[in-house]
Design a protein around this ligand. Structure first.
Ligand SMILES: [Zn+2]
Length: 244
């Protein structure tokens, strides 16, 4: 499917991509990467291009990600910057905001109404994809009491989300002695998301950084007298608000 000629005129929505990733998964990932607090740091050194980061986050090959970015460019959803990085066009940003908002409301439907755990809800919401129309999403949101955030702390209102980004930092950026509250969890890596819940590293939890090793990126935090050791990848996916 992905090899051979690019077909720029083809409607991407109807084209299932490698490993089952839809255009919505990609646009969600690019949206996540486009905003500073959403910095995801692959463990590889150097300066990976955005296509590589998208591929890394979605667990697809660079070729698949590159192919999809080309298609999205042809669809007018992204444009390529000076360093070939993907930048959302206004049209792409509008779609991205719609997609993430819908995803967050569906996650709340799954946890609040269907009894899924927060750790389970992300992948289940992905499965539902665009099952619901925009109108259904509005009705669901209303029935749920218009929730402010998804179970992992991401605001349903993307304007608020982008404003709040400025107040947050990845745990990986904090120094020893810093105190903070966990606000959001990176949710793209299902295994990591489950681990956060297993370890009690969930939104609303107060933490204190005991050790932060700039070399390895490993962080040790204290929660309620207990210590938790986080590897670089885990520390990069926890977004916190520093205590005043
Ligand atoms: Zn979520």
């Amino acid at each position: 499917m992905l090899s051979g000629e690019d077909a720029p005129g083809q409607p991407v929505e109807s084209t299932p991509m490698a490993q089952g990733h839809s255009i919505e998964d990609y646009i969600e990932t690019i949206y996540f990467l486009a905003f500073p607090v959403g910095e995801y740091r692959p463990q590889t050194k150097g300066a990976p291009t955005l296509a590589v980061r998208v591929a890394d986050m979605l667990g697809v090959s660079r070729a698949s990600a590159g192919e999809m970015l080309k298609r999205m460019e042809a669809e007018g959803l992204v444009e390529r910057g000076e360093h070939k990085e993907a930048i959302l066009t206004p049209q792409g940003r509008e779609l991205a905001e719609r997609v993430v908002r819908r995803h967050r409301i569906i996650e709340r439907l799954l946890t609040d109404f269907m009894g899924y755990t927060p750790a389970e809800s992300h992948v289940q919401a992905d499965l539902l994809g665009d099952t619901f129309t925009d109108e259904m999403i509005e009705r669901i949101s209303e029935r749920l009491g218009n929730p402010d955030r998804c179970p992992h702390g991401w605001p349903v209102d993307t304007t608020f989300e982008q404003a709040e980004n400025r107040e947050l930092a990845p745990l990986a950026d904090l120094e020893a002695g810093a105190r903070a509250e966990i606000v959001r969890l990176a949710e793209h890596d299902g295994e990591l998301l489950h681990w956060y819940y297993d370890e009690g590293l969930v939104p609303g939890t107060a933490i204190e950084v005991r050790e932060a090793d700039p070399e390895s990126g490993n962080v040790t935090v204290q929660i309620d007298g207990d210590e938790r050791a986080l590897e670089e990848r885990a520390a990069a996916g926890l977004f916190v608000r520093a205590a005043a």
